[in-house]
Design a protein around this ligand. Structure first.
Ligand SMILES: NC(=O)c1ccc[n+]([C@@H]2O[C@H](COP(=O)([O-])OP(=O)(O)OC[C@H]3O[C@@H](n4cnc5c(N)ncnc54)[C@H](O)[C@@H]3O)[C@@H](O)[C@H]2O)c1
Length: 353
C-alpha cells in the first residue's frame, strides 16, 4: 500500500496564484490544510488579493501561505524559490489568457505561456519535483463534431495563438511523462469559469475591457459599461446565441484539490474535463444575471466574432469516477456570487477613485 502524504505535509507551489482561478484555488488548498507557495508577477493581478485570501481563511491557515513576486520565466528566481521551499507539486496557472490579444501579440503569448512552462519544468526537474497540474482549456477541442465533449474527443487545430499555447503545453507535458516515467502530469481542461467567492471578497478583476462574457455583464450591471455585446444571434442553437458550459470558480478550485489528492503517488499523464455538463446560451446568462442584480441588463446584437464556436459542453464522468468530483453550483448561484463580488467591489481590487 502506498503511503499518502497528509495535506499538512504537502507543499504546493501555485504559479499565477493571485489571479482569478488561482486565488480561489489557493483558498481551497489552505482550507484543506496544505502549505501553499504562490509565485506571481502580478502582470494581471493585484497584490491586494493576498489580504483577501488571509481574511477568508483566517490567521492560522494564512500562516501556511507564502508569496513570491516573480516571473515564472525567471530561472534564477525559481531556483531561489525551489531552494527555499519544500515543494512537492506544482499547480501551473501563470500565463496570459486573452484570446483576442494573443492574435495581436503572438510573440508575447508564446514566450510567456510556453516559455514559462519550459523554464518551470526545467527547474522542477532539477529539484526532483515531478508532479504538475496544468490549466488547460476546452479551447483545445475547437469546433466540436459531437457533444458532450469527453476527454477522448479529438483535439482540433487552434484558431488563435492562445489556443495553440494550451494545445502545445499539453503535448510538452505529455512528452515529459514519455521521456521520464517519474513525471506525474494532470491536464485539467476548464470549460467557462465564472462566479466568485461567496463572501464577495474575491472575484474576477480583468484589466481593461473584459474579454469574457461574465465580467463584461457584471460591469454593465454596475454601470461601468453601457450594454452587453452579444456576438451573433444566428447560430444553430435554441435562441441563436452561443452556448457554453459555465462552471463556478469555487467548483473549479475544488476540482484542483481533488486532482491533487488523486494524483499523489501516481505517474503518467491524465486529462480531465472540468465543467458542469450543462450548456447555457449568452441570452440565458444575461437573463440570469438580470435576475441576480434585480434589473434588466441592456444588450446589443453584433456580428459573429471570428473563432467563436457554436456550442460546447463537457462530459465530466471521468472526473466524477476517478476524482470523486462534480460541480455543485448552478447558473443562478454563479450569477449571484459574481454580482455580490462586483457590487461590493465595483472597481475590482482597486480603491474607489
Ligand atoms: N478564465 C478562463 O476563462 C480560463 C479558461 C481556461 C483556461 N484558463 C487558464 O487558467 C489559468 C488561470 O486563468 P485566470 O482566469 O485565473 O487568469 P488570470 O490572468 O486571472 O491569472 C493568471 C495569473 O498569472 C499571473 N502571471 C501571468 N504570467 C506570469 C508569469 N510569467 N509569471 C508569474 N505570474 C504570471 C498573472 O499575474 C495572474 O495573476 C490560465 O493559464 C488560463 O489560460 C482560464
Amino acid at each position: 500500500m502506498t503511503h499518502k502524504k497528509s495535506p499538512a505535509d504537502t507543499c504546493v507551489l501555485v504559479t499565477g496564484g493571485c489571479g482569478f482561478i488561482g486565488s480561489h484555488t489557493v483558498v481551497c488548498l489552505l482550507k484543506q490544510g496544505y502549505q501553499v507557495v504562490i509565485v506571481d508577477d502580478l502582470s494581471n493581478a493585484s497584490e491586494k488579493v493576498l489580504d483577501r485570501i488571509d481574511q477568508i481563511v483566517g490567521p492560522e491557515a494564512a500562516e501556511r501561505l507564502s508569496f513570491y513576486r516573480a516571473d515564472v520565466n525567471d530561472r534564477e528566481a525559481l531556483e531561489c524559490i525551489f531552494d527555499e521551499e519544500p515543494v512537492d507539486c506544482v499547480i501551473h496557472f501563470a500565463g496570459y489568457k486573452a484570446v483576442g490579444e494573443s492574435v495581436q501579440k503572438p510573440i508575447e503569448y508564446y514566450s510567456n505561456n510556453i516559455g514559462n512552462t519550459l523554464t518551470l519544468v526545467d527547474a522542477m526537474r532539477d529539484h526532483g519535483v515531478k508532479s504538475i497540474i496544468f490549466s488547460s482549456s476546452a479551447t483545445v477541442y475547437g469546433d466540436p463534431d459531437a457533444l458532450p465533449l469527453t476527454e477522448e474527443s479529438p483535439k482540433k487545430p487552434a484558431t488563435n495563438p492562445y489556443g495553440w499555447t494550451k494545445w502545445m503545453i499539453e503535448e510538452i507535458l505529455r512528452s515529459l511523462t514519455i521521456a521520464d516515467p517519474e513525471w506525474n502530469v494532470v491536464l485539467l481542461r476548464y470549460f467557462n469559469p465564472i462566479g466568485a467567492h461567496p463572501s464577495g471578497l474575491m472575484g474576477e478583476d480583468p484589466k481593461g475591457i473584459p474579454n469574457n462574457l461574465l465580467p463584461y455583464v457584471a460591469q454593465v450591471a454596475v454601470g461601468r459599461r453601457d450594454a452587453v455585446h452579444v456576438f451573433g444571434d444566428d447560430y444553430d442553437t435554441p435562441d441563436g446565441t452561443g452556448v457554453r458550459d459555465y462552471i463556478h470558480v469555487m467548483d473549479l478550485a475544488a476540482g484542483h484539490v481533488a486532482a491533487l489528492a488523486w494524483m499523489e503517488g501516481r505517474t503518467g499523464c491524465e486529462v480531465f474535463n472540468l465543467g458542469t455538463g450543462n450548456g447555457t446560451s449568452v441570452l440565458e446568462i444575461i437573463k440570469a444575471f438580470s435576475a441576480a442584480c434585480g434589473k434588466e441588463l441592456p444588450y446589443v446584437i453584433e456580428p459573429r466574432r471570428a473563432g467563436d464556436v457554436t456550442a460546447n459542453w463537457a462530459d465530466c464522468t471521468k472526473a466524477k469516477e476517478l476524482l470523486g468530483w462534480e460541480a455543485r453550483y448552478g447558473i443562478a448561484e454563479m450569477c449571484r456570487d459574481s454580482w455580490n463580488w462586483q457590487s461590493h467591489n465595483p472597481n475590482g481590487y482597486e480603491e474607489e477613485q
